[in-house]
Write a protein that binds this ligand. Sequence first.
Ligand code: SF4
Length: 65
Amino acid sequence: MNIEVDREVCEIHAQCVFAAPDVFRLDDDDELVYESAPDERHVAAVRHAVSACPVRAIRLLDDAS
Ligand code: SF4
């Protein structure tokens, strides 16, 4: 699974951090940091993060759905 966050769109709502804390986090400067190729065991959490993001900034690159 590969994911991408559109940083032009992301508004640091941090809903993804709550949904998938093993994949997304905020650094000390409140910038979003994320694992671009998270392990498959995080698929459910990442899908939750995608749907939770209020500005639809997260994309699953290798997922047609
Ligand atoms: S939930 Fe969306 S807008 Fe908020 S930090 Fe995550 S990607 Fe950015």
